[in-house]
Design a protein around this ligand. Structure first.
Ligand code: MN
Length: 158
């Protein structure tokens, strides 16, 4: 399994806080599927590095520094989920994979995926080749590219 990063912890705390509430060790532990003792240790380290405010037994909140990372991560998460869904990946799997990919992709890859999503959004409609992909993903069969579409592609090459 991938080693958890600061982003992982901060993301979970942010979601558990859901505004201004305090996140609790046991909830963080079950969200990350690690034991509470390790969470306590990690929270102490995050506190020392000023990502969280942590008092034993009272729970944890993000500092400004922690919240900034959480918001950046959340934004990457949203874009990645959107990207995978555009490709035809099931929403639940897209959600899970987005939550992993957001922590491991190089900035260049992440930025390019964001741009990909933006290009599609800017069209206000799903491009025909993406419809073809979705159909292929769903039905498992790749149809021959219709000649009219080939013509259309030619007109768009530059
Ligand atoms: Mn994540």
């Amino acid at each position: 399994m991938r080693k958890k990063t600061i982003e992982d912890y901060v993301e979970v705390i942010y979601n558990l806080q859901n505004g201004s509430k305090k996140a609790h060790t046991n909830d963080i532990a079950s969200a990350l599927e690690i034991n509470p003792a390790s969470v306590t240790e990690i929270l102490q380290k995050l506190h020392k590095d000023r990502f969280v405010n942590y008092e034993k037994y009272s729970g944890v909140t993000l500092t400004k520094k922690g919240k900034k990372i959480a918001i950046q991560t959340e934004s990457k998460h949203r874009k990645l989920k959107q990207f995978l869904t555009l490709l035809g990946v099931d929403k639940k799997i897209a959600e899970k994979d987005a939550c992993e990919m957001e922590h491991i992709l190089h900035k260049e890859t992440m930025d390019t995926i964001i741009k990909f999503v933006e290009v599609i959004e800017k069209c206000g409609m799903t491009p025909f080749w993406l419809e073809r992909l979705k159909e292929y993903v769903k039905k498992g069969k790749l149809k021959k590219c219709p000649d009219q579409l080939k013509e259309l592609c030619k007109n768009y090459s530059y």
